[in-house]
Design a protein around this ligand. Sequence first.
Ligand code: BG6
Length: 490
Amino acid sequence: MATSQASPSPAPLDLVIFGGVGDLSVRKLLPALYMAHLHNTLPEQTHIHALGRQAWDRGAFLHFIEDKVRGFIGASAYRDDVWTSFVRRLSYVSVDATNPADYASLKAEMQPGADRVYYLATAPSLFVGICANLQGADLIDQRARVVLEKPLGHDLASARQINHDVGQYFQEQQIFRIDHYLGKETVQNLMVLRFGNSIFEPLWRSPYIKSVQITVAESVGVGSRAGFYDGTGAMRDMIQNHLLQLLCIVAMEPPVSLDPDAVRDEKLKVLRSLRPMAVTDVARDTVRGQYTAGASNGEAAPGYLQEDNIPPDTTTETFVALKAHINNWRWANVPFFLRTGKRMAARQSEIVIEFADLPFTIFGDSAHKSVNRLMIRLQPEEHIQLQMMAKEPGSGMKLRPVKLDLDLQTAFAERRAEAYERLLIDVIKGRLTHFMRRDELEAAWAWVEPIINGWHQLGEKPRPYTAGSWGPAASSALMAREGSAWLEEA
Ligand code: BG6
């Protein structure tokens, strides 16, 4: 296995994970840190402290991570010797995050003079208490950083409260609000596509772009996260953060530099330009759905209401489609269609830029009206394709769409890190560009909240859709009204 040439930072590092044996840590954070360790991108003196409430000794902890974490490391990346040296970096600290007395045991584990990163992979209701207890134990200094995992609030007021509370203990430049979509390679590549090339910019606007579609479709259901998900729903879980962040990157003006605030200023302008939705807009331009029993990946799948620990009468949505507008010169009259859902027909995340129709065609019946589209596929594979029209070989002038394919996987032999690994390294290096600033988060909530309130006012129940489908029919109707259709190529 090739190791990267990145030079490790000399300062020792204590990385503390609250919720260290929870779901996110097991599935994403510890495997991402293993990968960083494998590729030698962690500072040499990095200690990782996983915190949990269980009264485990080291033996019990090691048994747990052998059992639970190892399976999330890809077979091609796993090496016994690397795992053994990775595990040496890890310690388990039994801490009740709400108990100030427990922080003494954490302090005893920390290296003197080290940089400190606190990753709060817990319910947000614990954030302020954790910060206060860290402060009480004198564990926060100017160099300390805190990573806040979503959900960052349930609505605008609670998001403001979290920001205010955490702001009592950490300066804004010490706060890393993570949205792992910003760590995905193709999402970062979208910025390069837009601002590292000159050919798209003149066309990247109304009227040359007809519409934009952003889909994040998942084939999985709610899984074991019923407790969290049922109180959250697709709007808060996905649209408020991941999809709006993607929309920002598509729609923002060129930032003056890659400086974190330069980028975040432009994203903020987009969020503030989103046209607010009145109740009538909510009724017309949004669709909520909830999956019913069907099939997924060739197997029978239960409906949302039959999933474990889901109340049988809940009206939480597992699907949202909506049409958004951005009130500025660049995007006047260009609809942005956003769609996300669980138990959909395929795991498929992509952004489709639909360019304007031909004003007139000289090719008669064989010409398509809507021809050029740029497809940026995030998942399952990463590629960028530009659909063009070409002449079919043979006599006559028959046209057929073909794709110019930017196959990044083939173009670059380099390893592609997972989003969490990339973002963790950004935190360690203090790079804020791909993290959300306080005002961005609040602007996103300010736009989303009236939609959720509108659903309540309208008494909107989610529309049923069969597990394994592309969502309720109303979602296609939303597009059809604008003369568009969701692109649903497998
Ligand atoms: C998380 C959501 O933020 O993103 C999950 O809480 C969702 O519900 C996940 O499954 C999707 O992430 P990815 O990277 O698998 O598309």
